[in-house]
Structures are given as C-alpha cells and as structure tokens.
Design a protein around this ligand. Structure first.
Ligand code: PEP
Ligand code: MG
Length: 885
C-alpha cells in the first residue's frame, strides 16, 4: 500500500485511495481532486494517515519505505517546478501542513517557506530578483518552524520584531527593508540557539523530517485531544501530512493571499464571502497583524470599508477565482471553504473543503441548493447535522460576546442562560417570583429541587453525569444545564461558592452554555432562536423519508404541547414519578413511602389519586388520540426520602406522625445501592396498591377523555425494571383487573396496551419469554447501559472523561449508545421478542432516543419508534430520516 501520493504536474490521480479522506485526509484528498479537474494547484505530495498511526504506535520512528517514498515524491515536485530542494542557486521551497479527515484546530497547522537556510536564501534572492522578499521569507520560516516544530515561544520572535520596528520608527512590517529582515534573521537564529542550546537546522532534509514529525506528534497534543473529545473524533484516525511547492503571495503588489467561502457561512446567503491581503503570506490573513480586505465589491460597500476589494484591485485574478468558485461548488455540490494565493498575478489554489457553517446557514444552504437543483431533497436532509438543530431551538450565546470562562462541566442540556446565583430551590423560586433571573447551583439535584429548577434559567451541578437527575429533568424542561462541573464547590453556610480559585457568592451573576458545558462569570449576551422557514421545509422533507415514528419523553401538559409543536407523534415515556416532584405533592409521596402498613400507604395514595387522574386527563387531552406510554412508578427511593431536618418537620406536620418515627422509618428504608434497590416493578410487586392507584388513575382519565372528546386515548401502560416473565405476569394481571373494574364503573371501554421496559440485561436475554406478557417493549437504555456496563449513571462523570480520552469508549455511553455491547442486547431482545410476538411494538425511551448515532442503530434494528425529550424531537425526526436514507 502506498505511503505517499503525489499531486499536480504529471502526477497520476486515479488511485481511489488518494481521494479517500480516511487515507489522505481532507486536505490531501481535495488537493488531488482539484489537480485532477485541472485547477491550478502547486505540485506536492500527501503522506497517508496510516503512516501517522504507525509512527505514533511504533515509538516515533519513520519506516524505511516512507523515507524512500518521500524522497521520490520530492523529486516529483522538483521536476514539476524545475527547482531543487536544498539547491543553493535555485532552491525549491515547500509548505508542510497537517490534514486529518476533518479539520481539527489544536493540531499543527502550517510551516511555510521550508527549505530556506543561510545559503538558499541567497539563491532565492537571486532567482526572484527581490532580496527583501527572500529575507522576509526566511525570517517567517525561522519564526514558524521555531514555534510549531522546535517549540520556541513565538512571543520571543514577536518581541524581537516589535523592537526592530520600534528602533526603526516603523509601524508596519511592510516598511521593513531587506537589511532589516537580514538583521532580524540573525536575531531569530540567536533566539533559537539560546532557547534550545543548538542552532537552527540548516540541513533542509532535517527541516523536512522535523516538520513531518511535528505534524504527526501534534495529533496527540493535549489541545488536539480536547478537541477530539468535544467533537467525538476517534483517536485512532491520525493525520496526513501535505508537502507542497511554495507559491508566494508576498512577492510585491501583484501578489496576494486570501481565504474565501462560496456562500456566506454565517447566514447561508448565496454570495461569495472572503478576505484577502496584498503582498502577504497565508498566516497574515488569520493572524490579525494586518486587517484583511473584503473580497467582493458588494461586501466592501456594505461594510463601508476604505480599502479596495479584490474584485476592484485585481479584477483578472478575481475573475479567475470566481470561476473556480463555480467549478468547485458544481463539482463538490456543496459550499466550499477555499485558500488561495496570487503570485505575480497568477492564481493558485491551496485548499478547498466543505465549509463549516452555522446551523442556520446549514439549513438555508441545504434548502436553497435543493431548490437550485444542485442537490436532491434526500441529500439536503443528509446535509444538516441533526445536533446542529439544537442551536436553532434554544437561545444561544452571541458568538461575538466576550466570555470569562470559570470552568467547564458536562453539556447536559443545551442552550444558554444567565442569571444570579442561588444555592437552593426555594430561593430560586422566590427570586424568580420576584422577577429575577436565577441560575440554580447545587452539588447535585434531587426531586425536592424541581420547583427551583423550573424557576431557574439554568442549572449548574458539581456532581452527576449526562443522565443524572439534573440532566434528565433539565433536558425535559428545556432548561440549559451544566452538570458534573467538579471544580465547583459550594459552601452553604457562607452562601458562597468557589470555582477554581475564584470566589463567588449568592447574587453574583453567572452564565451557562449548556451546549458546550462552559460556566462563565457575568452576563454574556444571547441571541434568540429563529424558527426560519427553511426549518419547516427541511422537517417536512425529513418526515417524508423517515420510517420510524418519533415520540417524546414528557410528563407535563406544557412539555407535551411543546413536543407536539416540535412534531412529536406520541409520548414514548411519561415518567410518573416526575409528576410527584412538585412541592405540593411530595409530602403525600413521602407519606406513602414511609408508611409502615398497607393501610398507611392506601391513605396516602388516596390523596394522590385525584391529582394523578387530573394529570393524565390533561396529557391525554393535549395528545389528542396519539399513543401515550405511561410508565408506572419507578423511583429510586433515595430520590424521594426527606434529608433535611426541616423536611422531616414539615412531613410530621402534614402526616401527624412523630418526627422520630419518620426518621427511624427513613433509616430503615435507606439503601446502599438505590439504583439496584427497591425500585421499578419491585415496588409494584411488594406494594401492589401503588400500581393499582396509578392504573386506576390512567383508566379513569382515559375513559373520561374518551367520553368527553372525540379523540379516545390509547394508553400504553408500561412496567419498569422487569427482569422476569413472572413479574410482568403478576403486574399485567393487576393492570387488567383494574382496567375491567374501571370500565365496569364507567360503563365504557377503551383500547389499551400493557408492555414493559427492557432495561436490565436479564430482561433482554429473556425477551422471548417476557414477550408472552407484553404487547410492547421500550428499551430503557439508561438503565440498560448502567447495568450492562456496571457503571453508575449518577457517578460516571468522574471517570468517563479519561475513559473517552484514552479511547476506552469512543463516546460517553450514556449519551451515545454503546452499540457494540449494549446494542447487542437491544438487537437480541428485539429479535427474541418478535419471535414470540411478531407484531410486538418496539421503541426506545432512554436518553439515546435523542442521539443521532443511536437513532441510526434503532433504524437498523427495526424499532418502530424513538422517544426523545421535547427539544430533541426535531433532531430525532431528522436523524430518523437520515437513518432511513
Ligand atoms: C431508562 O432507564 O432508560 C429509562 C428511560 O428510565 P429512567 O431513565 O427513568 O430510569
Ligand atoms: Mg430506567
């Protein structure tokens, strides 16, 4: 297999591996493609990503084969441009750039002018007839190579340059003369010698291999690792290296360099967008040393800029460039992000790639391009990253605003929120009632905090993962949330919190970015979501092509309404325990839990029945005949037990029981491992009166709605945490019995289904048996992940980060389904369930139901629907469509 591919000149571009980004990286593949379609590309070569992977795995050694192949690829460049590498009279100079499959900030980017040394610089001066240009190029090279390859602090070079300019009384680099650059080169070399204890390398081969090694090594730089983790890029991909003949944008006023997009990457508007600089090299445009100029006359006019646009200053080169834009858009059928250089009036293309864009631009471009006939509707659907829709559904931080980042946690629920810090739920509610915007900061949240979470603009917790209470509830409510920010420590006595070395107090302002987990001091400006027309169009197309249905996880009428606006086609999970989080109800729930007799429980349940029935009635009304999966109570008991003395006091007042008795009872109920304790159907088996009350509330509400509205609900009663057929059999009989009782009382009947969650490995394995009792399965992949991996969903934040960094998991398995492992259980249970009951309804209601990669897997397994929190519904609709294309 080839280790190196050449491009440009007489190179052969027919090997499909050369256009495969996984082999040659995005930059390398596109350079070859541009060369092949006849665009002006300086000749060069690409070292494959495979070589990077084996270099990193093999202790930073280059293979002999690579050395030989690079040597002959250098000859290809030499032959094409008619110069030779390291030749003192007419030297070839090259650029060396990294190029992974996807562009990755954090990795080594570019070294320009490689091949210059004390001798070749003179040759360059001779052949170019421009001594100043040659020495300018050499000082740029030492600075760049010194910084990115040799690791010398670039500030030292910049300081030397500033001093040199000051000494001369110059303001701009362009005022520097040849001799000035020459002096600076000597200073730069001295800096390298001082810093490293050895001279700047004069051997061009040493320069080249040093740069190649630096590119490879940069794949494993800390910054690159962080970026990979945030963007779910596997560590095993590696980067390619591109070595290319230099063309010079700094050869005087007929030369220039620039970057451009074929459409506006911020708005999606069909207009060229870009920046350029006369007499400059690539890094000048991005480095902010000089202010770049506008590419087009229209953009310049709009901005009221003085400097001429490229369209005006270099009409011929601009015309050629605009022609290239059209060719590239037609060829790639997508918006392109381009780098170019003009050397002495001649245009050269240095890079093209599909341009990064905002969610809004992605939508607009997809819909526009389908309208233009450039792409099909199906392609338009595939063009928009479903997760990017998140940006459109929540207010987001203004990208132009400054951020004083204090720390980062998990991006648990997207959106941006600013407000004053409050440290408990009651204060949050009081402040919100008084019209204040607050951020609730807790070590972790529990059901007692629910009113405060609701009142808050956003939630920050020091502990807890992506499926912790805070995360699940916040997503459901559409509240931005950052969870598991372990640098946050709270002192409730002094009502202060410390984040790293910063001290804050209640009343100070915080901003959360729930989309990337950042926690910031002060208020950061936000921009409101815009449901542009393009959004609706794309969603309509998605609905046309998807097979799976999309439901929502919701338990309040408001959430249900919102989910329906987002296009939900039913409820996939109504977590009834969440309906009891309300402060006004929690005492009845606690009374029920703490009762030590059946009668005690029945008394408490009698108080809850009318409220449950009213809840269900409202939900059935909002859902208007759409299927509603109602899950019977599944509280990990610790989430409901009172903790604080004040809670016990309150409870003593409401129940008339004595505080010590209540405390003793709470002590008896304490569990060491509540997630594996007395929860789910185990509660229904041991205290059947609880599920009887809930079943009654469901059927009474359904009958009422059926009698009073045209749309009869079809409740799907779901039993949680089932491990055995017998559990479900017992509870199914209970549900059926209550249904018959209610139907007889109400003198009406409605259709209903009884089914179960598959959220324990045993349930998945025994799905064939369990299906005898179940008309539907809903995969509870939160618990299924927790129990299959043996990883606590509430504690995993502490160690999953390093696990993902080290490639043990590609992604947090509570966010994106562990398809290889947990996925097997889902697949097997679906198969076994269908074998017993071929029309068994199959869905997923764990958090993975809103994750595009997991949704693609659900399509493959043939599930009937996915269920996601309301704000994730559009994401799921689009992801389901993409999965079925
Ligand atoms: C699950 O376990 O995946 C599930 C949906 O239930 P819960 O998150 O309420 O445990
Ligand atoms: Mg569960």
């Amino acid at each position: 297999m080839k280790t190196v591919y050449t491009f440009g000149g007489s190179a052969d571009h027919t090997d499909p591996r050369q256009k495969d980004k996984t082999v040659t990286g995005g930059k390398g593949a596109n350079l070859a493609e541009m060369a092949q379609i006849g665009l002006p590309v300086p000749p060069g070569f690409t070292i494959t990503t495979e070589e990077c992977v084996s270099y990193l795995a093999g202790g930073s050694d280059f293979s002999e084969m690579l050395r030989t192949d690079v040597a002959s690829a250098v000859k290809h460049i030499e032959a094409t441009v008619g110069k030779s590498f390291g030749n003192n009279d007419d030297p070839l100079l090259v650029s060396v750039r990294s190029g992974a499959r996807v562009s990755m900030p954090g990795m080594m980017d570019t070294v320009l002018n490689l091949g210059l040394n004390d001798k070749t610089v003179k040759g360059l001066a001779q052949t170019s007839g421009d001594e100043r240009f040659a020495w300018d190029s050499y000082r740029r090279f030492i600075q760049m190579y010194g910084d990115v390859v040799l690791g010398v602090d670039h500030g030292l070079f910049e300081e030397a340059l500033e001093i040199a300019k000051e000494d001369k009384g110059f303001y701009n680099d362009t005022e520097m003369e040849s001799e000035d650059w020459q002096t600076l080169v000597a200073e730069y070399k001295a800096i390298v010698q001082d810093e490293l204890g050895h001279p700047f390398p004069q051997d061009v081969q040493e320069q080249l291999w040093g740069a190649i090694a630096a590119v490879f090594d940069s794949w494993d730089a800390d910054r690159a690792k962080v970026y990979r983790r945030l963007n779910d890029i596997p560590s095993g991909w590696g980067t390619a290296v591109n070595v290319q003949a230099m063309v010079f944008g700094n050869m005087g006023d007929t030369s220039a360099t620039g970057v451009a997009f074929t459409r506006d990457p911020a708005t999606g508007e069909k207009a060229y967008y870009g920046e350029w600089l006369v007499n400059a090299q690539g890094e000048d445009v991005v480095a902010g040393i000089r202010t770049p100029q506008y590419l087009t006359l229209a953009a310049r006019d709009r901005a009221g800029a003085k400097q001429p646009s490229m369209e005006e200053a270099m009409p011929a080169a601009y015309g050629e460039l605009a022609g290239v834009f059209e060719i590239l858009e037609q060829h790639y059928r997508d918006m392109q992000d381009i780098e170019f250089t003009v050397q002495d009036g001649k245009l050269w293309m240095l890079q093209t790639r599909s341009g990064k864009r905002t969610a809004k631009a992605a939508l607009k471009m997809a819909v526009d391009m389908a309208g233009e006939g450039l792409i099909t509707e199906k392609e338009a659907i595939l063009r928009v990253d479903p997760m990017a829709l998140d940006q459109l559904l929540h207010p987001t931080l203004d990208p132009k605003a400054n951020r004083d980042v204090l720390t980062s946690g998990l991006p648990a629920s997207p959106g941006a929120a600013s407000g004053t810090i409050v440290l408990d739920a009651d204060s949050a509610e009081q402040a919100a009632n008084a019209g204040e915007k607050v951020i609730l900061v807790r070590v972790e949240t529990s059901p007692e905090d629910i009113h405060g979470m609701h009142a808050a603009q956003g939630i920050l917790t020091a502990r807890g993962g992506m499926t912790s209470h805070a995360a699940v509830v916040a997503r459901g409510m559409g509240r931005p949330c950052v969870s598991g920010a372990s640098a946050v420590s709270i002192d409730l006595k002094t009502r202060t919190l410390r984040i790293g070395n910063r001290e804050l107090k209640e009343g100070d302002t915080l901003t959360l970015d729930g989309s990337n987990g950042q926690v910031m001091a002060g208020t950061v400006a936000t921009i409101e979501p815009e449901m542009a027309g393009d959004f609706g169009v794309l969603m309509e197309w998605a609905d046309k092509y998807r097979r799976m249905r999309v439901r929502t996880n919701a338990e309040t009428p408001n959430d249900c309404k919102m989910a329906r606006q987002f296009g939900a086609e039913g409820i996939g999970l109504c977590r009834t325990e969440h309906m009891f989080f309300d402060a006004s109800r929690i005492s009845a729930v606690r009374e029920m839990i703490l009762a030590d007799s059946e009668q005690g429980r029945r008394d408490a349940l009698a108080k809850l029945l009318p409220e449950q029935r009213a809840d269900f009635r409202q939900i059935f009304e909002v859902m208007a005949g759409l299927p509603c999966t109602i899950r019977l109570l599944d509280p990990p008991l610790h989430e409901f037990l009172p903790h604080a003395d004040a809670d016990f006091d309150d409870l003593a007042v409401t129940t008339g029981l004595d505080v010590d008795h209540l405390k003793r009872r709470a002590g008896e109920l304490h569990e060491f491992n509540p997630m594996l304790g007395h929860r789910g159907c185990r509660l229904g088996i041991t205290y059947p009166e609880i599920y009887e009350m809930q079943a009654r509330a469901i059927f009474e509400a359904a009958c009422e709605v059926a009698l009073t509205s045209g749309a009869a609900p079809v409740p799907e009663v779901m039993v949680p945490l089932v491990a055995t057929r017998r559990e479900l059999q017992i509870l199914r009989e209970l549900i059926d019995r209550i249904a018959q009782e209610v139907f007889a009382e109400q003198e009406t009947e409605i259709e209903y289904l009884v089914g179960t969650m598959i959220e324990l490995p045993r349930a998945a394995l025994m799905a064939g048996e369990i299906a005898h009792e179940a008309l539907f399965f809903s995969f509870g992949t939160n618990d299924l992940t927790q129990t299959t991996l043996g990883v606590s969903r509430d504690d995993s934040a502490r160690f999953l980060g390093p696990y993902v960094d080290q490639g043990i998991f590609e992604r947090d398995p509570f966010v994106s389904l562990d398809i290889e492992g947990v996925g097997q259980l889902v697949e097997l249970a679906a198969e076994r369930g269908r074998k017993t009951r071929d029309d068994i309804k199959l869905g997923i209601c764990g958090e993975h139901g809103g994750d595009p990669a997991s949704i693609a897997f659900c399509e493959k397994v043939g599930l009937d629907y996915v269920s996601a929190s309301p704000y994730r519904v559009p994401i799921a609709r689009l992801a389901a469509a993409q999965a079925s294309l």
